[in-house]
Design a protein around this ligand. Structure first.
Ligand code: SF4
Ligand code: SF4
Length: 336
């Protein structure tokens, strides 16, 4: 058995490191995911970053400079993945986009789409297209009612208009303009409603048929994502007294074939303060990545060490079972 200093805070659940029978290690880093801040024009019930219009936390000019230096210095970074909050309204969005594109890197913007209709952001779709950003947008269902329940009244119709606008600009037609959608299941209100996402390919076809038929919308890929019991999802489950049983459900759905492809294996996730994490979920739960000598990793430290591949062991927690359940789950959808 692999020893770990981490105590299992969830006694009915097998510690994740025991389940995978070895420490989880990094492969070479190729993805830099940056959470630009918690400001968002929406406040969705499932939001794992607990973002919203009243939040003020965002990237500082100092950390933005460090990130630009990292982007310019390390050709091994193939993808810069921008998230939030609504990344577009947080400090540093455009400088980071433009630096990464100038180096020929893929840039992903995780957009909630509704931001296109906020004052001052009307030209974002054109900006996305000009810079060939890959747009990844949450549309948790293709049915209006289900989306509005999760994201707020009227969000579905606004999202549809935004997708039509992206299509008009060439998204999902031009091979350089990728538009991907994200599905996540509704939050369960009883144990019988626990679910992991259905087959990604089949659901993608259902989305494509429905959106094309009803709205003439095209998109490239659908990513199915499991609800991890963190952030607002954790609070919701705790209120329903389903927290422990949901962990158990995820553990019982463990699929070892997902482990080689976990997104934490090739990414660094950075917060608006320059702290470095193994993934966005660890960032939200404040579980920092560690240097080989056990210190918390930061962007300043990465620059000082002049190396991105400095993490010996990925920090795992019981919510990691959310990434390994069924076909697996990541910011890029299912894993197997
Ligand atoms: S749009 Fe995204 S970041 Fe904003 S509240 Fe909703 S889930 Fe959170
Ligand atoms: S939550 Fe998922 S991505 Fe993050 S460390 Fe655990 S397995 Fe890896």
């Amino acid at each position: 058995m692999v020893k770990s200093p981490i105590k299992n805070q969830n006694p009915t659940i097998t510690p994740f490191y025991q389940k995978i029978e070895a420490p989880l290690t990094k492969k070479g880093i190729t993805v830099l995911q940056i959470n630009l801040g918690k400001r968002c024009n929406l406040a969705c019930t499932h939001c794992h970053v607990e973002a919203g219009p009243k939040k003020t936390e965002e990237l500082s000019p100092e950390i933005c400079e460090q990130l630009l230096e990292i982007i310019n210095k390390f050709p091994q970074i193939e993808t810069v993945d921008l998230t939030g909050g609504a990344p577009e309204i947080n400090y540093g969005f455009k400088p980071i986009v433009e630096a990464a594109r100038a180096k020929g890197k893929e840039v992903i913007v995780r957009s909630n789409l509704t931001i296109f209709f906020e004052p001052g952001f009307e030209n974002l779709p054109e900006y996305f297209a000009q810079n060939q950003l890959r747009v990844v947008a949450s549309l948790p269902c293709y049915i209006e009612d289900n989306v509005d329940k999760q994201r707020g009244a009227g969000v579905y119709q606004v999202s549809i208009r935004a997708l039509q606008r992206l299509n008009q600009l060439g998204y999902a037609q031009d091979p350089n303009l990728n538009l991907d959608l994200v599905y996540n299941p509704a939050l369960p209100t009883s144990q019988e409603k626990f679910s992991i996402p259905p087959n990604q390919q089949q659901l993608e076809k259902a989305y494509k048929d429905y959106l094309q038929q009803h709205f003439g919308i095209d998109f490239n890929n659908l990513f199915t994502i499991t609800n991890l019991p963190i952030g607002r999802t954790k609070q919701f489950l705790q209120r329903q007294q389903l927290h422990q049983s949901y962990f158990k459900f995820l553990e019982d759905s463990f699929n070892p074939n997902t482990v080689p492809n976990l997104m934490c294996r090739n990414e660094l996730s950075v917060d608006y303060s320059g702290n470095v994490f193994d993934c966005d979920f660890n960032q939200m739960e404040n579980v920092p990545a560690k240097t080989p000598d056990g210190k918390n990793l930061t962007t300043a430290k990465l620059l000082e060490m002049d190396d991105l591949d400095v993490i010996n062991e990925i920090q795992t927690r019981p919510y990691c079972y959310g990434c390994t359940a069924g076909s697996g789950s990541s910011c890029g959808g299912s894993l197997v």
